[in-house]
Structures are given as C-alpha cells and as structure tokens.
Design a protein. Structure first.
Length: 267
C-alpha cells in the first residue's frame, strides 16, 4: 500500500456543459496530480437536475464515486438506478426506506481504500434526519474498513458546513461542501488532520447564474413566479480540490483548490 494517495473532488456537475467540461479537463488534471480516486457531485448532471442511468454511465467513465443532494430525486426514471449502482450516493440522512445508500468504500491502486459519505444539511433545506449524528455513525462503520474517509455535505448554510468540519475533525480525512455552486477560498487542514472547504463550487457553463441561463434566473427574480430553469451551454467553469491523504492514518496532508475558466467558443 502506498504511504499516501490523492483524491480529486469536484463540485456540482451541471448538465451537458458540466459533463463536457469534466471530460475535457480531467485528463490534464490526472496528469498533474495522478489521483488514486476522482469524486464528483452529480445531482445536477442530467439536464440540470437529477440523474439517469445513461448519464450515470457517462459520469462513471470519469469518476469513481458520484455524490448528490436534494435534486437526486428530480428524475423519476433515475431513482431505481440508486439501488443498482452502489457508487452513486444519495444523502445518508434521508429517512430509512428511501432507495440507495449514503456511503460506500472504493478500492484503488495498490489496494488503497477510500470511504465516501454523502450528507445533506437541514438549514434552509428539507428537515430530514440529523446530518451530524448520521455522519458520526457512518464514519464509525467505514473506519472498520479504512481510516481514509471523504465527506460531501450538500448544504445551504456556511455555518452548518463549518460546524460539520469541526465536528468530524480527526474522525474523517476531509469534509467538503457542495450545493451553492460558488467555490469558497477557505481550504485548510484542521488541527485533527481533516481537510476542509466550505464549498467546492461547480462544473458547468461559465456566464450563468449558478449554472443556469441568466435570462431565466433574472425573470424569476423580477416576476417572483415559477420559472423552468435550464442549464447554460457556453464557456467553461470547473472547480474542485485535490486532497492528499496519508494511507495508514487517514490524516489529510494537503488540500489544493483547482479552478478553470474558459470563455464561450464563438459560433
């Protein structure tokens, strides 16, 4: 087993533009970092919301584990896929009886193993089960297999994400946030050895309102009535982190942000 290994983690991949951006830039990032694993949040990967099996297969050609959040339920045809694909996670703190699972372990090169836990926050979001108690229980189960554990907390409130980072410090390798689609600049290693970042951001079109068409977002704010949102297509915005982990202990050794932007290609 190697002494250390790396994980590339990407924020919410939004629609075809996000999948295209990830496919385009991931090879260079693999050459730069040589990660043992790639993890991406895919709750917006199919047409801007939800997941389908076809999109899942496309994503798994690039990533080892796909996390999600509140939009994972938005395409009914994709919900049975949660039971069939153990590496496609939904938040672990949804009540018992829901399809799918909220955690998994994947094995990489030289036998190294990474546990991944997916959680959803409750502040300004659905009042589901407690993410903190769920995180503690899931981490304890995964540590029976590996000390190397990554947590994706899909949450609205910065305070809730920060609290989770401190709560899990020393218990997991990394806590990273998703959901807001805007990357934060507060990456650090907490005192107990847990890498932390409030939000990974997104992978999608550049000149948008958090990945969706600007005109639709503006219409929603101007008229205050329901508007069907669609992902934008032009330009590229890709954000995420590279985290290096000590294999024997699960302690994070470093965390580095990656942000790539490109202008739309002229017709």
């Amino acid at each position: 087993m190697p002494a250390k290994f790396g994980v590339l983690v990407f924020g919410d991949v939004i629609g075809r533009a996000g999948r295209t951006a990830l496919r385009r830039h991931l090879p260079a990032l693999r050459r730069k970092y040589a990660p043992a694993f790639v993890v991406a949040n895919a709750e917006n990967a199919a047409g801007g919301v939800g997941m389908t099996e076809d999109v899942g297969r496309e994503m798994f050609a690039m990533a080892d584990v796909l996390t999600s959040g509140n939009h994972i339920w938005d395409k009914k045809e994709g919900i049975p896929y949660l039971d069939r694909e153990p590496r496609l996670l939904r938040p672990a703190n949804y009540p018992p009886g829901n399809p799918g699972r909220g955690a998994c372990v994947v094995e990489g090169p030289d036998g190294v193993k990474l546990g991944v836990i997916n959680l959803q926050g409750r502040v300004f979001m659905e009042a589901i089960d407690c993410p903190f108690r769920t995180a503690e229980a899931e981490a304890a189960k995964l540590r029976e297999t590996t000390p190397c554990i990554l947590v994706d907390l899909h949450a609205e409130a910065t305070s809730e994400k920060m609290a989770m980072g401190w709560f899990l410090d020393g218990k997991v390798s990394a806590v990273v946030g998703t959901h807001t689609h805007v990357p934060t600049a507060d990456e650090r290693i907490l005192p107990g050895g847990t890498a932390y970042l409030t939000d990974l951001g997104m992978v999608g079109a550049r000149d948008t309102v958090i990945g969706i068409r600007r005109d639709q977002a503006i219409e929603k704010f101007l008229l205050a009535r329901p508007v069907r949102f669609e992902p934008e297509k032009g330009g590229t915005f890709l954000s995420g982190v590279y985290i290096e982990i000590e294999a024997a202990t699960g302690r994070a050794l470093s965390i580095v942000r990656e942000v790539i932007t490109e202008d739309p290609v002229a017709d």
